[in-house]
Design a protein around this ligand. Structure first.
Ligand SMILES: [Zn+2]
Length: 326
């Protein structure tokens, strides 16, 4: 009787994929002012999920695992002196990048009830001004240029990557494979056919691989199809599985990582876990109202980092990724 041969022996270290490809993990965190149920912005603006959430909960966890996270900062965070002080204190052990919620960015900045804008809906000049303003804000605060970016609501469009490349960014991480954002109001932000592994994108078509290397690398969020995604017609309405500690179980999180590793081959393999800083604090996001719920999210992240450490998978910054592929 023949037994199927497993593709991997999971009891052993899997720092290399089935073809010997080296495996890396990024943990990229969208960092914003404190929110609440329904993603409502807390007024007056507050930043406990930076000054306490990152400084006292997240970064100590990453430090314990010897992991380098990437904190992607929305404009209002960079305008807050206490947040800048807290982030400057940990800058040597993490990567800092930017995250655009256009409502908070000049020109025309204001404090929205919820951040609902997709940057692909701005005209090119407005999008460019807001990205330029965000980038200058970052450079003034941290005395260095950001390398990595993610759009608020993943809403990049045909102008976004070219503007980012002109501003000196080397990594975008806005692409969400197997997802489009049509139901949220942005059919332009469609990544259903996008690669799940890093690639040089066509700047005007972020989900497409360019024929030549460029200056801006795309590092998609790690997402795998859902169990029912294969169903004709209705499969697309089932949520795919994200490498994201927000919901579900640690086992589910690790199975997304394993599935991506099994599907990828030929080059370094990159896993990209995302979530928000506000998720690991009670009452500051839609996902955790109690301390126990906030702790559960942090514990799943802890478990993912422990899995990576056991398997010899290094956790690196988004800006470190292009160097692995050159
Ligand atoms: Zn955001």
């Amino acid at each position: 009787m023949a037994f199927p041969i497993p593709k991997f022996h999971w009891c052993m270290s899997m720092s290399a994929g089935s073809d010997g490809s080296k495996i890396y993990l990024c943990v990229s965190i969208d960092c914003e002012c404190d929110k609440g149920p329904g993603w409502k912005t807390r007024k007056p603006l507050s930043f406990a999920a930076i000054t306490t959430g990152i400084a006292e909960r997240l970064q100590p966890l990453f430090r314990r695992h010897g992991a380098k996270p990437t904190y992607l900062l929305s404009p209002e965070v960079i305008r807050d002196p206490a947040s800048v002080e807290a982030l400057t204190a940990i800058a040597s052990e993490c990567e800092l990048g930017t995250h655009l919620h256009g409502e908070f960015a000049e020109p025309g900045a204001f404090e929205p009830e919820v951040t609902s804008v997709f940057q692909c809906h701005y005209d090119r000049a407005t999008e460019q001004e807001k990205l330029r303003g965000l980038t200058a804000l970052f450079a003034d605060a941290f005395l260095t240029k950001p390398r990595s970016f993610r759009a608020g609501r993943f809403g990049i469009g045909r102008h976004s990557l070219g503007i980012l490349a002109d501003l000196g960014y080397t990594v975008d991480s806005s692409v969400t494979p197997f997802k489009d954002w049509a139901q949220a109001g942005a059919p332009e932000a469609s990544f259903r056919q996008a690669p799940t592994q890093p690639y040089w994108p066509v700047l005007e078509k972020p989900a497409q691989i360019a024929s030549e290397p460029g200056s801006l690398f795309e590092v998609p969020v790690t997402i795998r199809p859902g169990a029912l995604s294969w169903l004709p017609l209705i499969g697309r309405h089932f949520e795919p599985r994200w490498l994201r500690p927000t919901k579900g179980s640690l086992g589910g999180l690790i199975s997304v990582a394993k599935d991506e590793i099994a599907a990828a081959s030929g080059r370094p393999i990159l896993l990209n876990c995302m979530f928000h800083n506000v998720e690991i604090m009670p009452g500051l996001s839609p996902y955790a109202q109690s301390q126990a719920e906030a702790d559960a999210i942090l514990n799943r992240l802890d478990g993912l980092l422990a899995f990576a450490a056991r398997q010899g998978i290094a956790t690196i910054g988004l800006g470190d990724v292009p160097g692995l592929f050159c």
